[in-house]
Structure formats: C-alpha cells, structure tokens
Design a protein around this ligand. Sequence first.
Ligand code: FES
Length: 207
Amino acid sequence: MTPKLATPGCTSCSPTPGDPQRRLWLMSTAAAGGVAAVSTAIPFVSTLAPSERARAAGGPVEVDISDIPPGGLKTVEWRGKPVWVLRRTPEMLAALQGHDDALADPASARSEQPEYARNPARALRPEVFVAIGICTHLGCSPTNAPRGNANPSLPTDWPGGFFCPCHGSSFDGAGRVFKNKPAPTNLEIPPHRYAGDTRIVIGDDAA
Ligand code: FES
C-alpha cells in the first residue's frame, strides 16, 4: 500500500484516526516534510530499542536524549504519532521572546498541553522541548525551520520554529502558532516526565 503524502491544498491528506494508513502517512510526511533533512536530526523509529518499539503502540515510551546535540531534534513514535524532542540552545530560548503580539495563543490558554508545560517555553525544562509533530489544522507534519533557514515562505525576521507546508501555518520554537494562519491552536504537548537527566518518558505525566 502506498501511503498518501500531504500536498498543498489537499483535502484528503489526513487519514482518519485508527486508519492503519495514518501511521504510514505520518511517518512518510515526517521524513518528507523536512525533519529528516535537518543536519542534526536523528532518523525516526530506528532510534527506538525493541522494547520501545513494542510500547510505541500505546504505552509510555522512554527516550534517551543524551545523543541530541544543541539545536538538534529527535523524532520518536508514541501512539502512532511523531513526537519531537528538541534540545534548545540559549539563542533558541531567547528567540521565544518578543513576538507575543504576533501569536494567536501566546499564553497557550486554549491549546493542549499538561499544566506543567503551560509556560512561555511550553516545557518541563526550558532547554528541552517535547511536542507532537502534527499540525493542528488538518494533521500534516510541519518541518523544522530553524532561524536563518532559506524557506521563502517565512519572513526575514523569522525567529525559528516550525512550518507546515500543507497550508502555510507557522509556529515559533515553542510550537505557538502565528496569527492569521489556518492552524487554530498551538502544537500539542504530550504528557511527559524525566527519568534522570538524560531520559524522558513520553506518555506519562510529571508528578
Ligand atoms: S495541515 Fe493545514 S496548515 Fe498544517
């Protein structure tokens, strides 16, 4: 079966939840959408140990984050969804400030995240950002768009973040959507907790 790839303007590019094709589609769009194109990105799924692959079907997934370099993004699978783990640099953290007026939901008041991630960095620890890599518009997988990238769809003063190629929604480095874009809310933050300084459990809430 050939998975559907998201295309601009496509009205059928978001398979229904539970559809086996959805998982293939998400994996394909994550790779085709640019996450794998980032030099510091780490290949999807292959980073999972066998026990992690088994748990990916539903239970919590423990992720080793010790191999993510500053600015690097690792994608893992949880409940059939791509989950990003981004190690932010001090510059990336600084770039989260100064553009609240341009955001649709700067305080994440109507977006989905655990309470412990309802803060400007939308994170348990500011230097590590965990988010579900699915656009809140129609479910495409946004690309990682660091500051200084050459995407002509982004403004010259782009602070860094994520860009959804399907219909042009853009998100800052905390997954907060910019105003006047099709995506209605910020990227979803999954429940997660730390299991030591170098491991994160996705799918399990912090105490
Ligand atoms: S799916 Fe439409 S902008 Fe992302």
